[in-house]
Design a binder for this molecule. Structure first.
Ligand SMILES: Cc1cc2nc3c(=O)[nH]c(=O)nc-3n(C[C@H](O)[C@H](O)[C@H](O)COP(=O)(O)OP(=O)(O)OC[C@H]3O[C@@H](n4cnc5c(N)ncnc54)[C@H](O)[C@@H]3O)c2cc1C
Length: 499
């Protein structure tokens, strides 16, 4: 008989898991609290312009890339719109401290050469450093979509070092040590916490080539949603799950805010695990140690975002990600509060499907710790008060002042600005403390943030960014792991490799 699965949360993880399971014959129902599916893939409209909520740079979509292969297996490659960034400049970095710029090129060899052009005496060190990062990723079968083996595997020493110690082991120039850590806002990196393997996976992913959604990430979410529906599944939107009903240490059903009770063989929580715990009618189905542990895992830092509608034909489109960094030696400190905000930010012009010479919008994303908005944590969207609105305006002006430094006259190009704070992220995604990447990983205690997709409750599984790795690469890979608990070990991986 056809097995059924209910997925709580129609974000990146929920949709990928739903797409896989429905393709493999399960009767899937996705329940999403927002009016549109997508979570981090969502697109919203302001001032007549559509903006992506988060997903601005994506990895694994180049020819031969892991996520591209998953899309091929799902049969959606011809339905999606992806644009690669420029090969000779995937990222442009600007350091305000000495007003220097660095252009980074795509590909293992070109990445080394582009940085070696600024630091010629470090060329061999850069080669060794990049080789070491690729070696680290080789330790992860899932990253290369290789079947998982059943043996006990020990990771290398490099794998679990702190990222900054790992870098310093290969790169001797202190300034270059900071520069090669520039992608850390993409994984909420912290010098005092981030393990080398997180730094290596994300760096390798983007050295291989970043891409972006053309026409908005929301289109991709719609493709996944339609696939689930075409496979016979259901997707409910605007319907938050309120209660997870338990019975004899199993899940019996879920109840939504509309009072709908839904029953299935499997329940998959694709939301933040701490949010899921609060929905259980009897939290004691989990031992206290598990609940306490989940509450104690630190969350990654959040972000303050400017979604800018530009005046027509005033600001040229650029096909890469730009970084503004204040100081070299603050590169690992974005998540801290004992320094000045903002330490830096990323900005980009998201591509349209038919992109012309000028951009219609500009996104500025500045990492920000939750502590900055904690005093308004008990407020809701649209009701946060005047002090909060004034604070947001102040943050916006600070970012625009810095933008003026790299793009003089930028203010004259702006038509309208929408701002989003860590509170916005918390309330739209339902993610604790507005964390950009879910649970934070700490090399001093790797086990703490390793939350398995299986739980003590046999018919409750987890998926999403808190289980393995966040983002457009990490979350779909975890969707495979979650799906294979139901379908069988290596079931999906083998199918992908047969293509
Ligand atoms: C500002 C920002 C920028 C980012 N930029 C990038 C980027 O450029 N590239 C990249 O790869 N990653 C980026 N990320 C990270 C990426 O967005 C996340 O890692 C990813 O979206 C996590 O997927 P998920 O499925 O775990 O959670 P989400 O995508 O957040 O999905 C969770 C879903 O669950 C829903 N939900 C919550 N509670 C309930 C409930 N009670 N009932 C029903 N539904 C519920 C939410 O509405 C949401 O749709 C960014 C994140 C942020 C915040």
């Amino acid at each position: 008989m056809k097995k059924s699965a209910i997925i709580i949360g129609g974000g990146l993880g929920g949709l990928f898991t739903g797409a896989i399971l429905s393709k493999e014959g399960l009767d899937v129902t996705v329940v999403e609290k927002n009016t549109t599916v997508g979570g981090g893939l969502q697109t919203f409209v302001r001032f007549g312009e559509s903006f992506d909520t988060g997903m601005h740079v994506i990895g694994g979509m180049q020819e031969g890339g892991n996520i591209r292969k998953i899309c091929k297996y799902l049969g959606i490659l011809d339905k999606i719109h992806i644009k690669d960034v420029d090969a000779d400049c995937i990222d442009r970095l600007y350091f305000a401290e000495d007003k220097k710029e660095y252009k980074i090129a795509k590909g293992r060899k070109n990445f080394v050469e582009s940085l070696a052009s600024y630091f010629p005496d470090q060329k061999d060190n850069l080669t060794r450093y990049v080789d070491a990062m690729f070696r680290i990723t080789e330790e992860l079968d899932l990253f290369y979509l290789r079947p998982t083996k059943n043996d006990i595997f020990m990771h290398s020493e490099d794998f679990i070092k702190s990222a900054d110690a790992f870098i310093a082991q290969y790169i001797t120039d202190e300034r270059l040590q900071h520069i090669v850590a520039y992608m850390n806002p993409l994984y909420s990196g912290r010098g005092d916490m981030t393990p080398a393997f997180v730094h290596a996976i994300i760096s390798v992913l983007y050295i291989n080539g970043p891409s972006r959604f053309a026409g908005g990430s929301g289109l991709f979410a719609e493709v996944l949603k339609n696939l689930i529906i075409d496979n016979g599944g259901k997707v409910y939107v605007n319907e938050a799950v309120e209660t997870i009903v338990t019975e004899d240490k199993n899940i019996k059903s879920i109840v939504t805010a509309k009072g709908r009770e839904l029953v299935a063989d499997y329940y998959i929580s694709a939301i933040h695990p701490c949010t899921m715990l609060k929905m259980l009618d009897n939290p004691k189905v989990f031992p206290k140690s598990y609940r306490t542990r989940l509450e104690e895992v630190p969350n990654s830092y959040s972000a303050f975002t400017l979604n800018i509608k530009l005046k027509p034909n005033t600001f040229k489109y650029f096909n890469y990600t730009a970084y503004y960094m204040s100081k070299y030696n603050e590169i690992w400190n974005f998540g801290r509060t004992d320094n000045q905000w903002p330490l830096g930010f990323l900005y980009m012009t998201p591509p349209e499907i038919e992109q012309g010479e000028y951009s219609t919008k500009l996104i500025v994303t500045a990492p920000m710790a939750w502590e900055y908005v904690k005093k308004w944590e008990n407020t809701t969207v649209g009701h946060r008060g005047e002090e909060y609105e004034a604070w947001k305006k102040e943050c916006c002006e600070k970012l625009l002042d810095m933008m003026e430094e790299v793009h003089p006259g930028i203010r004259d190009c702006i038509d309208k600005i929408n701002t989003a704070s860590p509170l916005t992220i918390r309330d739209y995604y339902g993610v604790k403390e507005g964390g950009m990447c879910g649970f934070s990983k700490d090399y001093k205690n790797i086990i703490l943030s390793q939350v398995p997709v299986v739980t003590k409750i046999p018919n409750l599984l987890l998926t999403g960014q808190c289980n393995n790795l966040h983002g457009f690469c990490g979350v779909p890979l975890t969707a495979i792991v979650t799906s294979e608990v139901i379908l069988g070990m290596n079931y999906v991986i083998n199918k992908i490799n047969e293509l």
